[in-house]
Write a protein that binds this ligand. Sequence first.
Ligand code: PLP
Ligand code: COI
Length: 347
Amino acid sequence: MAAEKKDIDWGSLGFAYQPTDYSYVCNYKDGAWEEGGLTTDHTLTLSECAGIFHYCQEVFEGLKAYTTKDGDIVCFRPDLNASRMADSARRIVMPPFPEDKFIEAVKMVVKANEAWVPPFGSGATLYVRPFMVATGEVIGVAPADEYQFRILVTPVGPYYSGGVKPVAVKVPEYDRAAPHGTGAIKAGLNYAMSLYPSVQAHAEGFADNMFLDPMTHTYVEESGGANFLFVDQDGTLVVPQSHTDSILPSITRRSLVTVARDMLGMTVVERPVEFAEVQAGAFVECGMCGTAAVISPVGKVVNGDEEIVFGEGGMEHVGPVMQKLRETLTGIQAGEIEGPEGWIVKV
Ligand code: PLP
Ligand code: COI
């Protein structure tokens, strides 16, 4: 029997946290992961000397659970979140959480919170946030020897307040990540780096930043919470690549490359994109993509006194390619369009 849904005005949800019924928790001790399971305790009590507080050993993921038009609850490509989280963990010397156990844990916690999964067509989704912190005590600079993996879930609406309306971004004066540093993993430390420019951008009325490559400041990298996509004059989807290994490999972006190429028959080019090309008006559409962002159209980018508006739509209309990509991706996630095998996982 399906759980009775919570009494929530799903359509007016923003991107904010509210505790649900259950979280998932699993501890790592004496060199091994324990069994793990559900908890109703949404707090953590840790030693003041826990590694997370001093040397920032924390990695996380973000995925969503959707209600399909048939009423099933599904997740989108959780295997890729599992493997990216393991990569992130290894890079900052944390024990990777087993990938099959990750998928089981996601299913378990989503199922237990079925009443919180927004209904089909509501515009909202259940955001799933797996994360892992160093709980063991360390005082000299070193990795800890105890960790906790948790998953919290919370119902959310759009990440960028424009929703599907175009937003503006700015080129900040700060970098998000170091060249060949940790920009390509999903670790909280990267987000700490981006907070100051992010608060500045918001205060100036921008939805996010367009970070340039941290070595030469000539190539487009990503925003604080999403990857960029461009469409050139010929209708080619141009996807920025990093030459300094500092862009997070977005699962949404990788999926859209497949959707564009294999389902929509588009030409897709993945290559470093110079900001000078953006300035020269090479692109008629721009968007930001990610789990939280879905696909948010970017109407303009501001670089100091310079303002670059994308295509004819600018800040007024979503371009046709971003629109089509968004419809196709969300259609796959909602079970209305058949996607490639294995993308949709029933909980
Ligand atoms: N880039 C950054 C910095 C992010 O935080 C995110 C969000 O996860 C993304 C890109 C998009 O990645 P994904 O599509 O896997 O959610
Ligand atoms: C996500 O899209 O899942 C993210 O983690 C982005 C975050 C900035 C909310």
